[in-house]
Each structure stands twice: as C-alpha cells, then as structure tokens.
Design a protein around this ligand. Structure first.
Ligand SMILES: Nc1ncnc2c1ncn2[C@@H]1O[C@H](COP(=O)(O)OP(=O)(O)OP(=O)(O)O)[C@@H](O)[C@H]1O
Ligand SMILES: Nc1ncnc2c1ncn2[C@@H]1O[C@H](COP(=O)(O)OP(=O)(O)OP(=O)(O)O)[C@@H](O)[C@H]1O
Ligand SMILES: [Mg+2]
Ligand SMILES: [Mg+2]
Lengths: 255, 255
C-alpha cells in the first residue's frame, strides 16, 4: 500500500507546489519510489520539474478521461525514483464536468493502478476548495498543509480544517492531517516569528518541527526545471526539505 | 460613470488583495469616492480592512441573492471616501449555483446601483479562473494584473492574457487591461530583477512604471485591519501604492 499524501491549502502562494516537488524529490533521493501527481491546471509542479507547459491534454487529464493505458500518463523525471503525472490547462475544463457528476471518487479510482508500485504518492492541488481539490482530498489518506508565515495564511487555516472535517465525515473517513508545515519563514521579521509561534501554539500536535526558511534558492530552482536537491543540494532549502521528508516517513511509520 | 477595475490573476499569492485594498485606500485618501468589492470567499480584503470574518452570509452574497436593498450590502470603512462590500465563506456556495445558470452577468447587474455614486469600484478576486473570477471579469471594464517578481507568476501570465481575450470576445467587449503591476520586488535578488526586467520586455506598453517593493510593513498592515495609508503612511509601501494610484488615474483619463 502506498502512502497517498495531498498538499492542500486554498490560500494562494503559501508553498504548496514548492513543498510537493521538493518533498517528493527528497523522498526519492532517499530511495523511496515516489509518484508526484500535478492536480493544478496551472501545472507549476510539471514545469518545476522541467516539463514544458503543454496546451494539449496530457497526464492526469488523460487518466481521468480514461484515454489510453493508465501507465501512459506517467513520465520519469531526471531524479531517480521520482515519476510524475503531469497536468495541463485543459484540466480546468474537466472541473466543470466533474462538478456535474455526483461521483467525487474519480481521482481515487484513477490512481488505484499505481497503488502499491510506489511508497509515496504526492498530490499538488490548486489554490481553491473546488472540485479538483475535493477530488485530491478524497483520493488521499494523508494531508500536508503548508502555512506561510504571514497573517492572511493563518486566518484561513480554521476554515480549511473545518472543510477537511466535513470531507472526512461525508466522503473519505480515512482522511487525516499528517501535519502543518510552516513555510517561507523570514527570520528577519517579527511578523514571521509571531505567526510561526502562533501556529505552534494553536496546533501543537499537528505542526511539523521542521520550518522551511524563506530562501531565494527555492524560488530560483523552478526556473531551471529542477528540484532543490538537484539545483542546490547543500542549500538550507534542501536541508529543510530533507528534514521534512524524515519527519513524514517517521509519522507514516507510526500510523 | 464609475471606473470599474478588477484585480485578477489565477496564480495564488501574487498580491491581488494587497493591491486592491491599498490602491482603493490611496484613491480614497486623494479624494476619489471609492468602493472596494471583495469577490473572494477567503474574504481577505474584508479582514484586511478590519471587519471580522463572518460565517453568516453578508455583503456580496446578499447582493447576488437579491436579499434586501442593494445599499444595505455596503459598509463604510475607517478611511474617509472608502466603502466596502464585504465577502463571506458562503460566497463559495454561490459559485456552484452561478455555474449552473447561463447568466454570467449577475455581478455586473448587481453592481449597477452603485455605478455613478463612486469614481472607482475595485474588485478583488480569488486565485482561480472559476465562475466568481469570470463574473468579476464581466463586471469590470478595466483590469489590473499583479505579477509577483518570481518564476511561477511569470509563467501563468500568457495563459491569463489568452483567457482575458476569450472573455472580451464572448462576454465583455469593453474589457481591457489597464496595466500589469510588478509586486513583491526584492531588490536583493537577481531572480526578482530578472523577472521585473522580463515583464517590461514582454509587455512594454502594459506594464505600470510603479514597481511595488517587498516590504514587511505591507504584510503587517492586514493583521491590524488597516490599509498601509493608515498603518504606516510614510512607508515605502504606502509611497508605491500612491504612485500606482496616480498612474491609474492618468491612464483612466486617457481612455
Ligand atoms: N521557502 C521559500 N523561500 C522562497 N521562496 C519560496 C519558498 N517557497 C515558495 N517560494 C516561492 O513563492 C512562490 C509561491 O510558492 P508556490 O508557488 O510553491 O505556492 P503555491 O501554494 O503552490 O501557490 P498556488 O496557490 O498558486 O498554487 C513561488 O514563486 C515560489 O517559488
Ligand atoms: N509588497 C509586499 N511586500 C511584502 N509582503 C507582501 C507584499 N504584497 C503582499 N504581501 C504579502 O504576501 C502574501 C500574499 O499577498 P496577497 O494575499 O495580497 O496575495 P493574493 O494574490 O491576494 O493571494 P490569493 O491568491 O490567496 O488571493 C500576504 O501575506 C501579503 O501580506
Ligand atoms: Mg501551486
Ligand atoms: Mg487575495
């Protein structure tokens, strides 16, 4: 059985894609066979791993519309042990179709063929609580919630946790929060220290010990199409995501 | 006739809310009667101006469901000349209803009663190209597109401009881009300088001359429920948004 983890937060720009890509890369570097699934029509995780933005439907779109063999939706990446199911802009069009069908479990079923051939399946989701994100919440058993160390990101957290509880009760009873990840921590500002402390105070058992620093190397890496473990393996960003990978594996073992 | 301006970008966390709130505050400070409309169910613009997050339906939700008088949806803010139509989480529920109706012009019609009693009506939109954002694109004549000085934000720009062109052809022929606003510019990093230069090269006539610096004062202000003109009127963030307000007024006069 694979551990299926969705990275979610409806607040925009909090580090969902950066976390999905780099956590997946660190798990793969360590030797865990990992599949990254890009569920965002913006396809940032796809381009962040060096694949050009493709107007034509590909990857997850073909998987959800059952075109071709499921394994054809998967592409290998430059990182050993890391495969990708890419996204495309056309995925946004599916959102309307998925919304009309009562069946929220399409994505969970579409990913079934891959269950067992990977240790970890990581889903990157868009900044919304729409159908694609709900599908990712139904497909996963575990959630990682990146929280940017800023005011607006903290505000939306209570609403997100309530929504997750509703999904658990109605659509996916096995869903649980693996952890809250504090991201883009800027050690120079009191605001950032305040939010990092607040998250720990409000959610002491959920928060990961690892805090991801704000570092320009993490923002540069996607423009080279590389995860941080390839772009700058000895950087503080790479170390932080390796520490996160360690905590994720430990928490999964205790489940 | 009011100038109706929507602040849009499906990329998350690029500074849409920060721009909508602070541009509206600078226009009001200057003496222009301004109405800010929060079209995002996250209601960040609402809390950024000091109004508590309200679970009960209010503001734009009531306006779109035609409950009560339109003017009851408007609340005055602490800033003279600045009024707000607040958002609430329930607005997300309307998205499904709006999607099912063929009628994309609900928001444009709902805002008609306010046209003429304000010089500017500014709409803050969510990070998606869903029904609420499309409604804001149909309600507006002018668009401001914040572009964070980072790689992923630049990537999504071409797709956004194509989508806007489609909306202009099918739903709103008077729609035009007033300008691209470079935000969160960090003068210490080459990445930021590179993106700021790239945006100017690709879109020389669209880009605003004003570039908003990354400054912690802009990130702190919403936790006090104040626009930057009240929280720290002499800060570089306040100066930058005043310069933007000047450019916006000049461009509107030339239309
Ligand atoms: N720790 C960090 N340090 C510096 N920059 C970062 C860090 N994490 C993410 N970024 C940058 O911040 C921006 C937002 O991050 P990212 O795109 O990963 O967020 P997201 O939550 O996936 O956004 P969206 O809501 O649009 O999907 C990106 O430009 C990214 O490169
Ligand atoms: N110029 C700036 N300097 C420093 N911080 C900023 C600046 N502009 C915005 N921020 C901060 O960056 C974060 C993202 O900005 P904001 O919420 O305005 O973006 P958004 O595009 O509205 O996000 P969403 O996509 O979730 O609606 C916020 O925490 C905000 O306070
Ligand atoms: Mg993302
Ligand atoms: Mg916003």
């Amino acid at each position: 059985m694979s551990h299926v983890i969705s990275v979610v937060n409806q607040k925009g720009g909090v580090g969902k894609t950066t976390t999905a890509v780099n956590l997946a890369a660190c798990l793969a570097e360590w030797g865990h066979k990992t599949l990254l699934v890009d569920v965002d029509p913006q396809a940032n995780a796809t381009s962040g791993l060096g694949f050009p933005l493709n107007e034509r439907p590909q990857g997850l779109y073909k998987l959800l519309t059952e075109e071709g063999e499921p394994t054809q939706a998967v592409v290998p990446t430059k990182t050993p042990n890391l495969d990708l199911i890419p996204s495309c802009a056309a995925l946004a069009g599916l959102e309307v179709e998925l919304a009309q069908s009562e069946h929220r479990a399409e994505m969970r079923e579409a990913l079934m063929p891959f269950n067992g051939s990977y240790s970890f399946i990581i889903l990157d989701s868009p900044p919304s609580l729409g159908v694609l994100t709900v599908s990712a919440l139904v497909a996963a058993q575990l959630l990682i919630i990146p929280v940017q160390s800023e005011y607006y990101a903290l505000e939306g957290l209570k609403h997100l946790l309530r929504t997750i509880e509703l999904i658990r009760q109605s659509l996916n009873p096995s869903l649980r929060v693996l952890g809250l990840l504090r991201t883009m921590h800027d050690t120079r500002t009191t605001l950032s220290h305040q939010v990092v402390r607040d998250v720990e105070q409000f959610f002491p058992t959920l928060v990961f010990k690892t805090v991801i620093p704000r570092t320009v190397r993490l923002a540069e890496a996607p423009s080279y199409g590389e995860p941080i473990t390839v772009y700058d393996p000895r950087s503080s960003g790479a170390q932080a995501y390796r520490a996160l990978a360690q905590e994720v594996v430990e928490r999964c073992q205790k489940l």
